[in-house]
Ligand binder design. Structure first.
Ligand code: PMP
Length: 391
């Protein structure tokens, strides 16, 4: 046992422990607000009907499973670029993209590309942010700093604090920005805020890295992509990490893409060849099945319409829960203005532990809840449990 002696044991994923405790809890009224995925009104995470239909078509007609290249399925990436970035950006010869294993793979490939292009670059993230952002970028050798994002007092975006902190960024630094449906706060930047961020990037020579993991689950497909498109239109250089895992319900199939914009098509050629070289050493090529499902859905008008209607239903459910919770208690009013599956409840760690032990209400240790763990019928149960804790 000498070879591994330098390895320190690592803490397990805290959320997985919560999920296990929830499963072992036999109380009938227990509520799971800890999960990170969409659930319907019956508490299920079904394969979307459009995805099932696409899988049927693939099963019948897919002619081969021979290798593709490190870029993955180029038809998938092109169709997804139109969906995410719109027609004109998708056509730009300053933009290159590859299929990746999920949004995580896109972020990691982007991080490796940044480290290659500019080894000393600092990547800025919001505090708080998705817990995997830190490890993804530091593992690639980049330095990280955080900026303010969320004001715990009124639970709104702290744009002033964000811009003040980012004023300390140096030219060449990168800002990782969640494009919509901020995880974990749900607090959302408005169009004027995004224009200020674009202006700051331009003035200071900062490169935005958009993390677009929830397109269509906030205000709508076009609306949720608006900030990403604005930044790409306003700035020479940018990166976009995309995940299809939530909006197509394909989680474990690992479906994503990374796009990189540069100021000229000549630069883009060099960028693209580096993306392919890095992808080859990371995963050789991305898994095909989920991307083939997305391509099949986006290629066929009927499947695309079916998918888009299912996505509308998902978004409608999330936003109906936000309305119901927001209207139920003054302390929860900000939830109605926020977007996406997640929100932070203003609870202390001891209160979060007590809710778990005494009421069977499970949430992450920072008070993050996934609204999809609720149904309109269980909203009053949650309120009853929170009664003593909300200000
Ligand atoms: N970015 C954010 C903000 C996320 O919340 C997630 C998923 N939890 C991802 C990226 C990664 O998604 P994927 O499962 O596609 O890797």
């Amino acid at each position: 046992d000498t070879f591994w002696r330098n390895l320190e044991p690592q803490a397990p994923d805290a959320l997985l422990a919560i999920i296990r405790h929830y499963r072992e809890d036999s109380r009938p009224g227990k509520i799971d607000l800890g999960v990170g995925i969409y659930r319907d009104e019956q508490g299920r995470t079904p394969v979307m009907a459009a995805a099932k239909a696409a899988e049927g078509l693939l099963w019948q007609t897919q002619p081969t499973k021979a290798y593709l290249g490190a870029e993955g399925d180029v038809v998938y990436t092109a169709l997804l670029a139109q969906l995410a970035l719109g027609e004109s950006l998708a056509r730009s010869d300053r933009l290159v993209g590859v299929q990746t294993p999920g949004g995580t793979g896109a972020l990691r490939l982007g991080a490796e590309l940044l480290a290659r292009a500019s080894p000393g670059a600092t990547v800025w993230t919001s505090e708080p942010t998705w817990p995997n952002h830190g490890p993804i970028f530091t593992q690639a050798g980049l330095r990280m700093r955080t900026h303010r994002y969320y004001r715990a007092g009124d639970r709104e975006v702290d744009v002033h604090g964000m811009l003040a902190d980012l004023a300390h960024a140096r030219p060449g630094d990168v800002i990782l920005l969640q494009a919509s449906c901020h995880n974990p706060t749900g607090a959302t930047l408005g169009p004027a805020d995004w224009r200020q961020i674009a202006g700051l990037c331009e003035r200071k020579g900062l490169t935005p890295f958009l993390d677009l993991a929830y397109q269509g689950l906030g205000d709508g497909l076009e609306e949720d992509a608006a900030a990403t498109r604005l930044l790409l239109n306003e700035l020479p250089d940018a990166l976009v990490a995309y995940s299809c895992d939530k909006n197509f319900g394909l989680y474990r199939d690992r479906v994503g893409a990374l796009w990189v914009q540069s100021e000229s098509s000549e630069r883009s050629d060099a960028v693209y060849s580096n993306m392919l070289a890095l992808a080859r050493s990371l995963w050789s090529m991305p898994p095909d099945h989920g991307a083939a499902v997305v391509r099949t859905v986006l290629e066929a008008d009927d499947l695309r319409a079916k998918w888009s209607a299912e996505l509308d239903t998902m978004r409608g459910r999330i936003n109906a829960l936000r309305e119901a919770l927001g209207a139920s208690h003054p302390a929860l009013a900000p939830l109605a203005r926020q977007r996406g599956m997640f929100a932070l409840l203003p609870l202390a760690p001891a209160q979060i532990a007590a809710l778990r032990a005494e009421r069977g209400v499970y949430m992450a240790g920072n008070g993050r809840i996934n609204l999809c763990g609720l149904t309109l019928a269980t909203v009053p149960d949650l309120l009853d449990a929170l009664r003593h804790y909300l200000p």
